[in-house]
Each structure stands twice: as C-alpha cells, then as structure tokens.
Design a protein around this ligand. Structure first.
Ligand code: PFF
Length: 473
C-alpha cells in the first residue's frame, strides 16, 4: 500500500495545507480576544514563546512519525511500536479525537456558513439583533446548511491529497490572506481604530498569572492543530526529500502571523464601534464574539459606509472565517478517513461515505443540544454544572484529550521509537538540521520538559473540569 501512497505535489502545497489546518476559527477570534483580555502584548509574547519552544517540537514529532511510517496515526503507532497493544490506545485516541473535534467544529462551521449567507442576502440587521443567534441555532434550516457544508468537505476530500486537499489550500489560503489584509487596512482607517490597537498590543504584565499562562499554551497547542493526528497524517503524505523542520517552522510562523493580524482586524473594529469598550465586555468565547458581538459592530458601520457597504464588510469577514474553518475541518476529517482507508483497505469514496454519514449524524445530534432536544441539551452534569452533548464533546476531546495526545506522541517518539530514529527522519531533506542547536533542543525538549508540561495541563484540566478543583489560576 505504502509504495503508492498519495502525496502532496510540492513543498509549498504541503505548507499551505498544513497552515490551512492550523489557521482556523481559533486564530480569527479566539486569539485576539484571549490576547486583549489577558495582558495584550504580554500575552502575545508568552504565546509566541510557547509556539516556538513547545508546540513546534511537538509538531516535528508528529510529522516525523507520519512521514517515517507512511501511515495514518493508528497504523503509525502500530508500525513503529511493532504492534504493542498499549500504543494502540494512543493510536485510537489519535483518530477518535479528530473525529469528535470535527463534530463540534462542523456545528460552528455550519453557523458561520449561515451567517455568511444572511450577510450576503442583506440580512445583516437581523444578524445584529441579540435574539437572532439563539433562534438561528435552533432553526431547522440549519440542517440544510449542514448538507451544503458537508457537501463542500466531501468534494474537497474525494479529490484526494493532491487534487483535493492541496488544490483547495492553494486557492483558499492566498484568498484568505488577501481578504484579511484588505479588511485590516479598511478597519485601521476607522475612527478610534488606534485605541483598539493600543488595547490589543500594550503589554500589561500584571494580568499574567498561572491561569493565563496555561490558557496561552492551550491556545497555541490547539491553534497549531496538534494532538489531533493531523500532522501525523499530513506528514505521511510528504516525500523523504522534503525539509520537514523548515516546513514546520513556516507553518508555525504563518499561523502565529495570521492570529496576530486577525487581532488588528477585530480590536480596532470593536473600539471604533464603541471607544469606551471595557475589555471585560468582550465575550469570553469565540462563539459569542463571532455570532453576537461582531454582527452588531458590522451593522454600526452603516453610519459611515451605508448598509450595503456594511453588508459587504460583514460578508467578507464571514467568508474569511469560513475559508479558515473549511481548510481546518478538511484536515481533521482526513485523519479518520485515512485511517479507514489504510487499516481496512477501503476506497477513499467509501471511507468518506461511511464516516461522512457518521459525522452528519453526530453533528446533527450535537446541533440539537441547544434547546431542540431536552435530552441532549441537559445531557450530563459534573462539577456542579449541567452540560449539553456539545459541551461534553468540547470538554472531553478538545480540552482534556488534546494535551494527553501531545504527551503521548512525545513519549512515544523519544522512548519507544527512539531519539536516533526521530533525528534521522528529520535530517532527511534537511541537511542544516543535522547536529544543529535546534535539533539538540528539539530532541531534548520532547524527551523532558514538554511532556511534563503537557501532563500538568492535563491534570489541571481534569481537576478543574470534572471535579471543580482549581489547581492553578
Ligand atoms: N488550528 C485550528 C484552529 O485554530 O481553529 C484547530 C482545528 C480545529 C483544526 C478543528 C481542525 C479542526 F477541525
């Protein structure tokens, strides 16, 4: 099977696809809001340090395991551990986690698609109404939108690695960059824009505490699409002549740059709308920000550029976020698809059909957990809170298992697969990496403090989420 494994057509294609995965909803709104609330430039600094000193080595671990094994994550753990049963658990986690994250990410992507359509057809005033969101997420129309979005994902993935994933990234990523820059330039010309920039960037180190540090790490880890099996899977589609460390650096840099630039779009827009904005008023969640806060801000633009102008800006914004979301969800859904193809030797079409159906069922059920069906809305209770099915998926797979998967890949690479193999794999195609300081740093960190830090994040999350005990922050 591995001899004719699909491959990316070029290094640039691989970088754009991996960056497409990394650049997602987390970058567009999650990062700017987290930075503004948690010390501005100070948060940015800590975030950047985490991206390069902690997340980049984990990304290299994932990509090297993928490229060496030329397998999906389940097959990769299996092959490189010679079938040891306990590593199979890590393999399974690396394909179940992305599937479940795809479920909740699909729900949000469907909402974004709906908001995009409404902005385009002139319903921005409706979107800006505070009651709209709640009605919108409980309307049957949602399932029609879901069919569209799943159709787009299917169309991209059925084209395969080169003609599907890579082609889509080559079109969508440059378009995304252009839309982002155009919107930033526009927003920076608005009155009071500089107040937003100031709020976003002026460092306030007094806000930094253990909780903020831990949030910055989680944000960075999620933003680089780590712990989801994605970089293992994409790594398995690159040839052994490619420079993996160089490509990984480009991906990390692009992801961080987009997150940073997105802040220059969101914050000035917020402050131009209301110069007295108190950062405490900013919604805590990306969801609140995208679907209730920002539409209001876009509508307010009609005073200066008219309703039509405001609708164009809103449409461009939602299209931008939609593109970011699609390239991410495509990457995450490719993981279970690749696993089914590799492990059961089924065709890409069949794997997509089976898993696509499962995804639609699960995302459909998750979509009913905001009020449509009581059972899913009040699904379980822990740590004194009632949780919907959607909340449970986010808590378990996104918050809890991601750092655990990161921890497992680090331990696997250094202690099971072994450092020498890891380094040898990364040296291929990267002559300058061999014996460099960076190489020494990567294999030391992956074998020592990075797993320790990820373990602490994991323990802290479990204590907080399920037992209501705050260990830090
Ligand atoms: N890097 C993505 C983001 O920041 O939104 C993380 C991601 C989430 C990737 C969900 C893929 C995905 F389906």
């Amino acid at each position: 099977m591995s001899a004719d494994r699909e491959q990316f057509g070029s290094r640039l294609g691989f970088i754009l696809a991996a960056a497409g995965s990394a650049v997602g909803i987390g970058n567009m709104v999650g990062f700017p809001v987290a930075a503004t609330k948690n010390g501005g430039g100070a948060f940015l600094l800590i975030y950047a340090v985490f991206v390069f000193l902690i997340c980049l080595p984990v990304m290299l671990a994932e990509m090297s395991v993928g490229r060496h094994s030329r397998k999906d994550p389940l097959g990769a753990y299996n092959k490189l551990s010679n079938g040891e049963p306990h590593w199979k658990v890590a393999g399974w986690l690396s394909i179940i986690t992305p599937f479940m994250i795809a479920v909740f990410y699909l729900v949000i992507t469907v909402w974004i698609f709906g908001y995009l359509l409404h902005s385009i057809i002139g319903n921005l005033d409706m979107l800006a109404d505070p009651n709209t969101f709640n009605d919108f997420i409980n309307a049957p129309m949602l399932f029609v939108y879901m069919a569209f979005v799943v159709g787009i994902i299917y169309l991209i993935l059925q084209g395969g690695v080169k003609e599907g994933i890579e082609k889509a990234a080559k079109v969508m990523m440059p378009t995304l960059f252009i839309m982002l820059i155009a919107l930033v330039i526009f927003v920076l010309t608005l009155d009071n824009a500089m107040a937003g920039v100031e709020y976003y960037l002026v460092p306030d180190f007094s806000k930094i505490n253990a909780g903020v540090v831990s949030a910055a790490l989680s944000q960075a880890f999620f933003s680089l699409s780590l712990g989801m099996g994605i970089m293992i899977t994409y790594g398995s589609y690159i040839n052994s002549k490619a420079d993996v460390p160089g490509a990984a650096k480009m991906v990390a840099l692009t992801d961080t740059a987009v997150a940073f630039i997105a802040g220059l779009l969101i914050l000035p827009a917020v402050f131009s709308f209301n110069p007295d904005t108190n950062t405490a008023d900013l919604s805590d969640s990306s969801v609140g920000m995208i679907f209730t806060f920002l539409p209001k801000i876009f509508l307010a633009l009609q005073a200066t550029i008219g309703y039509m102008g405001a609708s164009i800006v809103a449409s461009l914004f939602f299209l931008l976020v939609f593109f970011a979301a699609i390239t991410s969800i495509v990457s995450i859904f490719e993981v279970p698809v690749a696993a089914l193809m590799d492990e059961k030797q089924v065709s890409r079409k069949k794997a997509l059909g089976i898993l696509g159906l499962l995804l639609v069922i699960m995302a459909g059920l998750a979509s009913t957990s905001f009020g449509i069906i009581g059972f899913f809305t009040e699904f379980v209770g822990y740590a004194g809170q009632t949780k919907s099915m959607f909340d449970v998926i986010v808590d378990v797979f996104y918050d809890t298992i991601l750092p655990l998967n990161g921890l497992l890949i680090c331990l696997f690479v250094i202690y099971r697969w072994k450092k020498a193999n890891f380094n040898a794999e990364l040296d291929k195609g990267a002559p300058n990496y061999k014996s460099s300081f960076f190489e020494k740093y990567v294999d030391f960190s992956v074998g020592t403090f990075i797993p320790v830090i990820l373990l602490l994040v994991f323990i802290n999350t479990v204590a907080l989420k399920y037992f209501g005990v705050a260990l830090v922050g």
